[in-house]
Design a protein around this ligand. Structure first.
Ligand code: PLP
Length: 353
């Protein structure tokens, strides 16, 4: 039984919600949101509110010490009108892993799941249908104690907001620049947590990436700048011979849920899943020799996106299958499961309406 009971005002907002043709990504916001507050060691019950600005004390710790975490998920609708979310338990677990790293209280898994299921179900009629379209869900938690001083907050707010989205990238494949000056995450740091600081740390390199006429930044390990880690908001895979290779997880890489799903289905596509330390020079040599023909980025936002080229020390290495072959097949299969259209042996898709 859900703890969330939308009242008439909330139902009216949802029923009267309209939006334009051009959804874009992250800007066509749902008209309602969910809030839950933490005080005196306890979470309140979740509640629906109209979507709108938050009132926050200027001394709130989140604004000074970046004590905040978030998640990203999608609800997909198929032609039959069924709406599914993908592996929400995995997001609930990762949210709490991030909470522990950031010295924040865990959100009871059942409450996290209640909020994402209730919200997707309430918004079901507005979820756009189409391969690249969905309702993007953004659960997040912020530290609200209104005091300066570097220590963990005693008060927090959890919110769930959502937006109708279409394609994340404007082009079907991306050009990647390997970053050699900045680093995104260091051992012992917060790289494996989904917290704002990691994304803030990536933005200067993203500017440089754009100056280099590339679309995405690829990060190497902070200490040696030798091993491939991940992109700023996606994990990395390369098809090398019959191996589907991805960097092994460390505390500097976010454990992507799409990444995990791809590793689990690789064998269906005659690929051997391999998680290992991947040296950038070995990868580039295998692109030059033709042993590596395709590479891709993966994550909730774009599922799988083929990589067209990698730029490293001002030299460009082009993939010979720039628009993806295996990656297309894997993407179609996973999207099929996400939209409730494929057999789902792992029970990953959860129907909400
Ligand atoms: C840094 C980073 N790596 C990887 C991913 C991919 O994770 P997932 O597949 O769970 O969306 C994301 C997106 O959430 C991310 O922000």
């Amino acid at each position: 039984m859900s703890k969330l009971k939308p009242n008439k005002d909330i139902l009216d907002l949802v029923n009267n919600f309209t939006y334009g043709e051009d959804l874009g990504f992250g800007k066509t916001m749902a008209p309602v949101m969910i809030e839950m507050k933490y005080k005196d060691g306890k979470w309140s019950s979740p509640e629906y509110l109209p979507y709108g600005p938050l009132s926050i004390d200027p001394a709130a710790k989140v604004l000074h010490y970046a004590q905040e975490i978030f998640e990203g998920m999608k609800a997909y609708k198929n032609d039959k009108g069924e709406v599914y979310i993908f592996r929400p338990e995995a997001n609930a677990k990762r949210f709490n892993l991030s909470a522990i790293r950031m010295a924040m209280p865990e959100v009871p898994e059942e409450d996290f799941l209640d909020t994402v299921k209730s919200f997707s179900s309430l918004m079901a009629k507005h979820v756009p249908v189409g391969v690249n379209k969905s309702l993007y869900l953004r659960p997040f938690m912020i530290a609200t104690e209104p005091t300066l001083g570097v220590k963990a907050s005693s008060e927090y707010s959890y919110y769930l907001i959502g937006c109708l989205v279409e394609r994340y990238f404007s082009r079907p494949s991306v050009k990647v620049m390997v970053e050699l000056d900045n680093c995104r995450a260091a051992p012992g740091g917060i790289g494996y947590a989904k917290t704002g600081g990691n994304y803030g740390a990536s933005l200067a390199a993203y500017k440089k990436t754009q100056d280099h006429k590339c679309d995405q930044t690829l990060w190497l390990d902070a200490l040696n700048k030798k091993y491939v880690e991940e992109l700023s908001g996606m994990n990395f895979f390369a098809v090398i011979g019959n191996d589907l290779v991805t960097p092994e997880l460390t505390d500097t890489i976010l454990a992507g849920i799409t990444r995990d799903a791809i590793l689990k289905v690789a064998q269906r596509f005659n690929l051997t899943p391999v998680e290992k330390k991947l040296e950038i020079t070995t990868l580039l040599d295998s692109i030059s020799s033709g042993e590596c023909k395709e590479a891709f980025a993966c994550g909730t936002a774009s599922v799988l996106t083929p990589i067209e080229s990698l730029e490293y020390k001002d030299k460009t290495y082009k993939l010979s299958i720039p628009d993806g072959d295996k990656s297309k097949q894997i993407k179609d299969y996973i999207l099929g499961i996400q939209r409730g259209l494929e057999k789902d042996p792992h029970n990953w898709a959860v129907k909400v309406n």
